[in-house]
Design a protein around this ligand. Sequence first.
Ligand SMILES: O=c1ccn([C@H]2C[C@H](O)[C@@H](COP(=O)(O)OP(=O)(O)OP(=O)(O)O)O2)c(=O)[nH]1
Length: 175
Amino acid sequence: MILSGPEILSETMAGRIHIDDFDPERIEPNSYGFRLAEDILEYEDGIIDCFEPPKAEHAKMGPEGMVLEPGRFYLGGTMEAMGSPHYAATLYACRSASTLGIWIQFSAPLGHSGAVFPWTLEMKVAHPVRVYPGMLIGKLAFWSMQGEANGYVGKYTGSRSAVASRLSLDHHGTD
Ligand SMILES: O=c1ccn([C@H]2C[C@H](O)[C@@H](COP(=O)(O)OP(=O)(O)OP(=O)(O)O)O2)c(=O)[nH]1
């Protein structure tokens, strides 16, 4: 079952959901609204080899924001570290950003229980759009689980901001 806003609030207060930093004002009926962090990654042009670590350029947005261009693919991050050992989570754009032609998620919406860190966003835009650090951009929903989960320990454990794909670790075992 999806958690209601009041349940997200009480579970956060009880320390069973981690949202840092947490603002009760951003509790929504069935989700928590998160903000775009200042870091934007973009893969270098050329062929990406899934078995090799990808090369990415890193930009830090200032208060003036950054214009995202259509036809490019960006990785953004959430300002908040979010997750829970007790709940699974799913990530969505907020309608207001989505209806401006900003996509923040395509095919990896699931957050495992135990994954607690800033989320990485898969970003594309339909037309040039200026985005700003700190703007509300999406929402995270929490789901109760049937059965016990071991909890996520994986390639992204300990992330502190947006991170490029670590798929190559499955092949090489190291970065
Ligand atoms: O768009 C997303 C989707 C998920 N996550 C977080 C939450 C999730 O629990 C974690 C790992 O995701 P996933 O399990 O899909 O990654 P993987 O590529 O399968 O790596 P691993 O082998 O570490 O599970 O990353 C994001 O930051 N952004």
